[in-house]
Design a protein around this ligand. Structure first.
Ligand SMILES: Nc1nc2c(c(=O)[nH]1)N[C@H]1C(S)=C(S)[C@@H](COP(=O)(O)OP(=O)(O)OC[C@H]3O[C@@H](n4cnc5c(N)ncnc54)[C@H](O)[C@@H]3O)O[C@H]1N2
Ligand code: MOO
Length: 410
């Protein structure tokens, strides 16, 4: 019989599980499909953005030296030689006493070293008059202001944001090398579960938890293969597990991981020959949990209790999924928050309390979910962060400072 650790700390559990989350392979996808994907190569710019000195205003390009003596009383008049709209270039460099009418986004002509806005001048078709000296370089966007040629714009392993999609397009990438999306098979176990459309009968409940898990996975850009509901029968669960694992990178199950007579998931894992990495984590909710590996593929057996399943998925599943997806910063980020509510009970166990993050007077506060309990989904509804009550804590007053874990970072 294989042995495995029981009742590990969260950190021990992550230490045992995360090494199995090897980054998946890569693929090239059109740039407009890359939001939320993980970049698989460093992006070093071959170009400057902008590629030329640019005017940020509609106005006149001129030589700052020509305006040195300009004032309200002694305005300086310059000869306008031509007009340069965006998309064009000047036909020649400007000389002493000359200016070029220029529009926003147009390249600054050779010889010019300052731009004056229209509204700061008076002008005719052929002349422009300025009333103050311009500083050399003023109102000129330098070449490469946004991105410099040769610059490391973004490292591989970063999650691509909407602005980065735009930057990649701006750099000329029609296709981008990203990690392929991982696929997770999802299996719900429990004799009590019925599908959404079925009628409730005594003792039965609708399968809700897996829909929440499915939605979280979608947010994390994971493809899913939904296996449906299986009864509390070890062999049937084992068969479904193998079916799901055959064409997925990982398996997530719910239910049947406690100590009850019908908790068949551990037995099913043994039957398929999976290696159990650990059973039970010292936190609440989320104590009931099994991590296993089958042919290198991670298996997360989550609690049937929906909040417990979500907390395990956030604290253990999410970093694993981020690592498998190719992300460099896969670890959950921590912060210190003040409690906007008291936690009135002693807490012998380490507790994770879902809440929202509020910033008040420059301080981070956690507002706990109104409902708390591992058997509900409501507590997780608006969860942005999980506040941690340490094992052995006395009752905590409002305003106490605790650690929290955040889930809205990229
Ligand atoms: N004697 C003990 N009993 C229990 C312990 C324990 O340590 N000793 N731990 C309790 C804790 S804490 C949890 S969490 C649960 C874990 O139970 P399982 O993971 O085995 O889950 P089930 O028993 O299958 O279901 C628990 C609960 O959740 C409901 N459920 C199941 N699947 C779904 C679903 N897909 N959607 C919605 N709800 C679901 C199920 O009907 C049960 O009510 O064990 C405690 N017991
Ligand atoms: O294990 Mo239960 O998962 O503590 O809520």
């Amino acid at each position: 019989m294989s042995t495995y650790p029981e009742k590990v700390t969260l950190e021990e559990g992550l230490g045992l599980l995360l090494p199995w989350g090897n980054p998946v392979g890569t693929e090239c996808v059109p740039v407009d499909e890359t939001d939320g994907r993980v970049l698989a190569r460093d992006i070093i710019s071959k170009e400057n953005i902008p590629p030329f000195r640019r005017s940020p205003y509609d106005g006149y390009a001129l030589r700052a030296a020509d305006t040195a003596d300009a004032s309200r009383e002694t305005p300086v008049q310059l000869t306008v030689t031509e007009e340069v709209p965006a998309g064009s270039t000047a036909t020649r460099a400007i000389g002493e006493g000359e200016a070029v009418k220029i529009l926003t986004g147009a390249p600054v002509p050779e010889g010019a070293d300052a731009i004056v806005k229209f509204e700061d001048t008076s002008f005719t078709e052929d002349t422009v008059t300025v009333f103050a000296p311009s500083k050399e370089g003023s109102n000129i966007v330098p070449v490469g202001e946004d991105v410099k040629e040769g610059e490391l714009v973004v490292e591989k392993g970063r999650l691509i944001s909407p602005a980065l999609v735009g930057l990649l397009a701006g750099l000329g990438y029609e296709n981008v090398k990203v990690h392929r999306k991982i696929t997770a098979a999802l299996l719900s176990t429990g004799d009590e579960l019925i599908a959404i459309g079925e009628n409730l009968s005594p003792g039965k409940i609708r399968n809700s938890s897996i829909y929440a898990i499915h939605a979280y996975l979608e947010q994390w850009n994971v493809n899913t293969r939904v296996l449906g509901i299986e009864k509390d029968n070890a062999q049937r669960i084992a068969d479904r597990m193998l079916e799901g694992l055959a064409d997925s990178d990982m398996l997530i199950t719910t239910g049947g991981v406690s100590v009850g007579d019908y908790d068949m998931v551990k037995e099913a894992l043994t039957r398929i020959g999976a290696d159990i990495l650990f059973w039970k984590v010292r936190m609440k909710p989320g104590m009931a949990f099994i991590a296993a590996v089958y042919q290198g593929k991670p298996i997360l057996a989550l609690s049937g209790n929906p909040s417990a399943a979500a907390v395990s998925l956030f604290m253990l599943g999410r970093p694993l999924i981020r690592r498998m997806s190719g992300m460099k910063d896969y670890q959950t980020k921590e912060l210190k928050v003040k409690m906007a509510d008291a936690f009135p009970k002693k807490s012998p166990s380490r507790r994770m309390i879902p809440g929202t993050l509020e910033i008040l007077n420059g301080e981070a506060w956690i507002v706990f979910a109104k409902k708390q309990g591992n058997g509900m989904l409501n507590p997780m509804r608006d969860c942005e962060i999980l506040g941690e009550i340490e094992a052995g804590s006395p009752p905590l007053r409002k305003g106490s400072i605790i650690k929290a874990y955040r889930f809205f970072d990229r």
